[in-house]
Design a binder for this molecule. Structure first.
Ligand code: EPU
Length: 341
C-alpha cells in the first residue's frame, strides 16, 4: 500500500478538474483499509472515500486522507428458489463491468443500469437509477465497515433507507461506514423487463426486436446513453449534476397557472417529480458555455468541463443555474454531485 502526499487525484475522478488532497491511498483488502483508517485517526484528519470518482467535485484542496476503495471480486451464491441468484460484488468492481457480467450470464435486473459510471460500492449511496430502474429494485444486502469500531455490519434494504438518489449513507450514516460489498438478487428466468421508459421500446421495435433479451436491452440503453450523455473520458462531467425536484401537487398547480406546459410525473397522491433538465432548458441554459465550463447540448442536467476548468467554475455555473430556476419557478434545485468544500 503506497501512501502519496499532496497530490492531484483528478485522474481518479470523472470531472477532470484539479483534485488536490493532503494524502491519498488505494486499498485492495480489509487490512489495508483498516491501516489507512488508523493513519487518519492517528493524524486526526478527515477521510474521504472514493470509488469510481464519478459523482464528486473538488472545489478546494482536501485537507485529509482520500481512500480509493479497490476491493475486487464477484461471487455467485446459491440459487435461492431456482428463479433467482444472489450475486455479490466487492465495492471496487466497476459498475458497468459488473452489469455486463450479469447480463451476459442471463441474470436479470441490472440491464437498464448499463453504462452508469462508478463502482459497485458507491451505487447504494445514491441509489443509482436510469431508464425506469433503480438499484434498490434488485438490492439484497450490503456489508459495510463501521469506521469507529471496525465491525462489519450487514444492511438490508430497509436499513439502507433508499429514496430517489438517496440513502441512509448520505444522511445519518454519512462518514460512519465504508461499503465493502453489495449483494443483488437477480432473476435467472422470467425476467421482469422494463422497457416502457422513454424510447427503449420504440427503438427496439424499430430494430424488429419484439422479444428482447437482457443483452438487447443493455445494448439499447448503451446506445441511448451514448447519444445523450457525454463520455467523461472525452469531456469531464459527473452525469446529472442536479436531482429532479419533488414538489407538492399544490405547488405544481400554482406553477401551472403561469407555465401550463410544465412536464411532471406523479409519484404519489400528493407529490410530483419535475424534470430538472426541462426547467434548466426553459431557463435558457441548455448548451450554454461560460469560459471553461458549460451545460451539455444534449442533456441540460449535465455540466461539463470544456477543457481546463477548475471545480469552482463548475460550482459557480451550478449556482447561477439554481438561482435562475428559482427566480422563474420558485423551485430550489438540489445538487446530486458530492461537493468537496
Ligand atoms: N428534458 C429536457 N431537456 C433536456 C433533457 C430532458 O427538457 O435536455 C426533459 C424531457 O421532458 C424529458 C425529461 O426531461 O422527457 C426526462 O429526461 P431523461 O429521460 O433524459 O431523464 P432525466 O430525468 O433528465 C434521469 C437521471 C439520469 C438518467 C435518466 C434516464 C436524475 C437526476 N437523472 O435524468 O441519470 O440517465 O433519467 O433514465 O434522476 C445520472 O444520475 O448521472 C444520470 C445521468
Amino acid at each position: 500500500m503506497i501512501r502519496q502526499e499532496n497530490i492531484d487525484i483528478r485522474k481518479y475522478t470523472t470531472f477532470n478538474v484539479p483534485a488536490i488532497c493532503d494524502f491519498f491511498v488505494e486499498v485492495s483488502n480489509l487490512n489495508e483499509l483498516k491501516e489507512a483508517l488508523d493513519f487518519s485517526k492517528n493524524k486526526n484528519i478527515p477521510v474521504l472515500f472514493i470509488g469510481g470518482g464519478s459523482n464528486i467535485l473538488f472545489i478546494k484542496p482536501f485537507h485529509g486522507l482520500v481512500i480509493k476503495v479497490n476491493l475486487k471480486g464477484i461471487e455467485e451464491k446459491i440459487d435461492e428458489d431456482d428463479k433467482h441468484i444472489l450475486i455479490t460484488a466487492k465495492a471496487g468492481e466497476n459498475w458497468d463491468a459488473f452489469v455486463h457480467y450479469c447480463t451476459s450470464r442471463n441474470y436479470g435486473g441490472l440491464e437498464n443500469l448499463s453504462l452508469i459510471p462508478g463502482n459497485v460500492g458507491t451505487s447504494p449511496i445514491q441509489n443509482i437509477g436510469a431508464y425506469g430502474a433503480e438499484m434498490k429494485d434488485t438490492f439484497h444486502q450490503l456489508k459495510a465497515l463501521n469506521i469507529s469500531t471496525y465491525e462489519i455490519e450487514v444492511f438490508d434494504a430497509e436499513s439502507c433507507k433508499f429514496g430517489y438518489r438517496d440513502s441512509y449513507f448520505k444522511n445519518e450514516g454519512k462518514n460512519k461506514y465504508v461499503i465493502i460489498e453489495v449483494t443483488f438478487k437477480l432473476t435467472t428466468k422470467k425476467h421482469n423487463l422494463k422497457i416502457s421508459y422513454g424510447d427503449i421500446k420504440e427503438e427496439l421495435l424499430k430494430k424488429e426486436i419484439y422479444e428482447p433479451t437482457l443483452a438487447n436491452i443493455r445494448n439499447q440503453v448503451i446506445e441511448i446513453r451514448k447519444r445523450k450523455l457525454p463520455d467523461p473520458a472525452i469531456m469531464g462531467n459527473a452525469g446529472s449534476f442536479f436531482k429532479n425536484p419533488i414538489i407538492s401537487i399544490a405547488q405544481l398547480e400554482n406553477i401551472q397557472k403561469k407555465y401550463p406546459e410544465i412536464p411532471y410525473y406523479k409519484i404519489s397522491n400528493q407529490l410530483v417529480k419535475l424534470p430538472a433538465a426541462w426547467l434548466i432548458e426553459f431557463a435558457g441554459w441548455k448548451g450554454k458555455k461560460e469560459g471553461n465550463v458549460g451545460v451539455h447540448k444534449n442533456q441540460s442536467l449535465v455540466l461539463v468541463n470544456l477543457g481546463d476548468a477548475n471545480g469552482k467554475e463548475i460550482y459557480d455555473l451550478s449556482k447561477s443555474i439554481i438561482e435562475d430556476v428559482n427566480k422563474i419557478f420558485n423551485i430550489q434545485l438540489e445538487r446530486e454531485v458530492n461537493i468537496i468544500l
